[in-house]
Each structure stands twice: as structure tokens, then as C-alpha cells.
Write a protein that binds this ligand. Structure first.
Ligand code: ZN
Length: 176
């Protein structure tokens, strides 16, 4: 038998898309997505692609916010999720964010999905799907990769249309 891949692995089906958000989204997710969209608009104002994120504690209270500041800080790792996770760790005084929910306007990329899993968040809620770089079900599925060993719940498409509209508008603005 091939020592690298068993026939079992080769015939493994592609990961299924994460469950759609229950409709309507819980009240605190809506409130969190409002705050994340505010962060995304602030990112756009400073010349960055508008992606915003917040972290909720186990009671649903917003404990941290973050936005994409890659251009502003000339930092390739300054994505909204990483900024929000760092701020949450500072606010709570612990890196382990077990019980927390990461809410973000765009499906996390591999780096951010990895950061969320490393932080042990219990839940990832996102708005727009990202067919190019999405790592929560679109292109990769890091939260449910059996090699990772941590399995946060994932809910995609929460107010997705609003989040993608902002991104589409920004591509026109940032290009001009
Ligand atoms: Zn990212």
C-alpha cells in the first residue's frame, strides 16, 4: 500500500460546506455583525480592503474589535481576525479564547482560520463567502480538518449580501 496516502484517504469526499446560518441570525450575532461592518468601513476609510471582525465572550458581549490594516501598517498579517483575536486576548488576559465567538465580515483565509483555531475559539461566524481564499468551507476547511484537532462551530453567510456589497463597492473605490 502507498505509505503516504491510503486508499481510504484518496476516496475521502471533499468537505461539505458549513451549515448555513439559522434564520434569523441570533440577536447578538446581528449586533456583532453591525460592529464588524463598522470596522470594515473604517478599514476602507484608511485605504484598506474593508474587512472587520469582533470577538464575543461566552455571554455574547463584544470584548474586542479589529479591522484589516494591511496597507495602513504595511503588515501582511494585519487581517481583521488576527487584530481582533489579539485584542481579545489582551482584554481577557488570556490567549485561550475558549467559549468566545469570532464574528467577521468575510470568510477567514487560511492564516486567520489557523489563528482562530490556535486561539481555541468555540465558534466562527462570517458574512461573505470567499471563493478565492476562504478557509472555512470554500477552498479549504481548516476548522474541520481532522489533522487540526480543534473543531469550532462555523456559520457562514450571516448577512452575507451586505458584507459582499461593501467589498464589491470597495474594489471599485480602491481601483479608482
Ligand atoms: Zn485572513
Amino acid at each position: 500500500m502507498d505509505p503516504v496516502k491510503s486508499s481510504d484517504e484518496l476516496s475521502k469526499p471533499a468537505p461539505a460546506a458549513p451549515p448555513a446560518a439559522p434564520a434569523p441570525a441570533p440577536y447578538h450575532w446581528n449586533r456583532a455583525m453591525d460592529a464588524a461592518l463598522d470596522e470594515a468601513r473604517a478599514a476602507l476609510d484608511s485605504g484598506d480592503v474593508p474587512v472587520g471582525a469582533v470577538v464575543l465572550d461566552a455571554d455574547g458581549a463584544i470584548v474586542a474589535r479589529g479591522r484589516n490594516m494591511r496597507e495602513r501598517h504595511l503588515d501582511p498579517s494585519s487581517h481583521a481576525e488576527v487584530e481582533a483575536l489579539r485584542a481579545a486576548a489582551r482584554a481577557l488576559g488570556r490567549w485561550n479564547l475558549d467559549g468566545c465567538t469570532l464574528v467577521v465580515t468575510l470568510e477567514p483565509c487560511p492564516m486567520c482560520a489557523g489563528a482562530a483555531v490556535s486561539a481555541h475559539v468555540s465558534r466562527i461566524v462570517f458574512g461573505a463567502w470567499d471563493a478565492k481564499m476562504g478557509a472555512c468551507g470554500s477552498v479549504w476547511d481548516i476548522p474541520r480538518d481532522p489533522h487540526v484537532g480543534a473543531f469550532p462551530e462555523v456559520y457562514g453567510g450571516v448577512r452575507g449580501e451586505e458584507c459582499s456589497r461593501l467589498l464589491r463597492a470597495s474594489f471599485r473605490t480602491l481601483r479608482s
